[in-house]
Structure formats: C-alpha cells, structure tokens
Design a protein around this ligand. Structure first.
Ligand code: SF4
Length: 247
C-alpha cells in the first residue's frame, strides 16, 4: 500500500483493510469487487488482487499461515525479490540485503561505489548491515534516503557526513522537466475505469466510456486502452457485449 502513496492516505485504508480481512482466510475468500472497493484511492489496484491471490496460495499451500522465509515468499503472487526481502527483514525473521531506491542512493554515496552493479550493491548492503537489529537499520537507511540523502542531498545536516566520502561533493541531478499532470497519466485513467467497475460491477463499453468522458473529460482512446489492459490482466472479463469485474 505504501509504494508511491503517502502515509496519511494509506493509514485509514490499511486499518479498514485489516478490519475486513483480519486473516489470510478472510482475504482468500473475498471477491475482487470487495478487494478493489477497499483499495480504492490507493492506485496500482493490481496489487490488491495479487495480495488476495497470495492469500489464496497461503491458505491452499501453507496451512493459512504466511510463510516466513524470503525464498518461499518469493513464490507467492505479487512477491518480487524486494517485497519478499522487505517482509522477511521487517518482520525480524531474516538478515538479508534489502534495497529500494532510497537505500541504494545512500549506499552508493556513502561507499563511493557510484557505478556498482546490482550484484555489487547487494554485496555492499550485506557488508555494511549490522549483525542485529537489521530491520531498524533498513528503516533508518530508508528514512535517511527519503529525508536527507535526497537527489539534492542535505549533507550539512546529515548524521553520516563525518564518515561519508561524498559529503558536500554530490553533483546534483539536473532539475526534472515539468512533471506530467496526474490527469494525463495512464494510472489516472486506469483508476477511473476500475472505480467505474467497482461502482457498477458490469456494463457495456459505450456506457463506461460515456460516463468517464463526461465526468473527467478523458479521450475515448485512453479509456479503451485502459479497458484493454484490464482485460489482458483478467481484472475484468467480457461476457457477450457486457464487461464485468472479474471474480
Ligand atoms: S553526507 Fe551527504 S552524500 Fe553522504 S550520506 Fe549524508 S547526505 Fe548523503
């Protein structure tokens, strides 16, 4: 839920989610409609379905208990190397390297290995992480990267400055071009289409296009592209002329 979504927007959603699905069993039997209704507003709604599908595997193959080993977590739907490592580390179960964008930036600057390959980066993280309290270490690295060692770093207030070879020497990245308006992104259109299906559950493409166009002034082609992608991902299904949310 927290990936690319602000914490204050996530907290009420997270609480409502846990209330509705307090166990893997409760989540496993949920319909896609119920799952997407609770996820609404967070974006990246494929993750909601993946989480439900992962709960189904947990119930079917792991006795209804979330696995603790990152190797096993990686076999669940939606769990890539980073998510599996993050769950294993933050649940205090494993001491393995965990690298996201912020951690990567701090590590590269702090160790001066600016051209490290992904494999070298993992070796660096393994080398620097402490032997205990690894979860706290990675929390601290994430916060440092997000708040201090940003793309334009605040070396003057950085607690690592005394030991960091890059302190005061980071060449700031060029300013980004004007950001794209959220309204103009695929994520926005996709979110509107999913929200339409959550509200209506089923309907025809012309109905959907007409509703979304009149409400958000989105071009028809962009709406149809989003519908095509959702059909391919089996988030929605076609039944005759009608489209409906998958089960
Ligand atoms: S001293 Fe500067 S470059 Fe080094 S870790 Fe701190 S903020 Fe990043």
């Amino acid at each position: 839920m927290l990936q690319q979504t602000q914490v204050d927007r996530v907290i009420p959603k997270y609480q409502a989610w846990l209330k509705a699905f307090p166990t893997p069993q409760a989540l496993a039997v949920a319909s896609l409609h119920d799952v997407l209704s609770l996820w609404a507003g967070l974006g990246y709604n494929r993750r909601a379905r993946m989480l439900r599908d992962a709960a189904r595997v947990v119930v079917a193959e792991h006795g209804g208990v979330w696995p603790s080993a990152s190797e096993v977590l990686r076999t669940l739907p939606g769990f890539g190397p980073y998510t599996a490592a993050a769950v294993a580390v933050f649940s205090g179960r494993e001491r393995i390297p965990m690298i996201d964008t912020n951690i990567r930036r701090v590590l590269l600057r702090w160790t001066k290995h600016t051209n490290a390959t992904p494999a070298e980066l993992i070796a660096l993280a393994q080398n620097y992480q402490p032997s205990t309290h690894v979860d706290e270490w990675y929390h601290a690295m994430m916060d440092l990267g997000a708040l201090v060692c940003r793309s334009r770093p605040l070396c003057l207030v950085c607690p690592l400055a005394e030991y960091c070879p890059s302190a005061g020497n980071v060449i700031a990245a060029p300013k980004k071009r004007r950001p794209v308006r959220f309204h103009d992104t695929r994520r926005f259109v996709r979110g509107r289409v999913v929200a339409w299906f959550v509200e209506h559950q089923r309907g025809t493409l012309p109905q959907l296009v007409a509703d979304i166009r009149s409400q958000y002034r989105i071009e028809q082609i962009r709406i149809e592209e989003a519908v095509g992608a959702l059909l391919e991902e089996k988030m929605i299904r076609r039944s005759g002329r009608a489209l409906r949310i998958a089960s």
